[in-house]
Design a protein. Structure first.
Length: 94
């Protein structure tokens, strides 16, 4: 019988959350943890703390994407464009 890697993984829950926040997909997180994707799915079902770490990390990214899409759909305000142009001019001239 294979030894479970859960004890190693549970010590890395903050890393799992950070990787999810950085936009890594489940397969990449599994690879970083040294487990298979199927094992990662099992851990999500079996350990609520693991699932919570993944969800909390992805929540931040989801909100950022949602805000970016919202701005893109409505367009940028005139003030935002002026501020961006002013910053570009400062960088180029100084």
């Amino acid at each position: 019988m294979c030894k479970s890697k859960w004890n190693d993984v549970k010590d890395k829950l903050l890393l799992v959350e950070a990787w999810a926040r950085d936009g890594l997909i489940d397969e990449q997180i599994a690879k970083n943890l040294g487990i298979g994707w199927t094992t990662l799915k099992e851990y999500k079902n079996k350990y609520p703390s693991f699932l919570s770490a993944l969800k909390d990390g992805k929540k931040v990214v989801d909100i950022e994407v949602e805000n970016a899409l919202y701005k893109r759909a409505l367009g940028y305000s005139y003030v935002e464009v002026l501020i961006a142009l002013y910053r570009i001019i400062q960088i180029v001239w100084y």
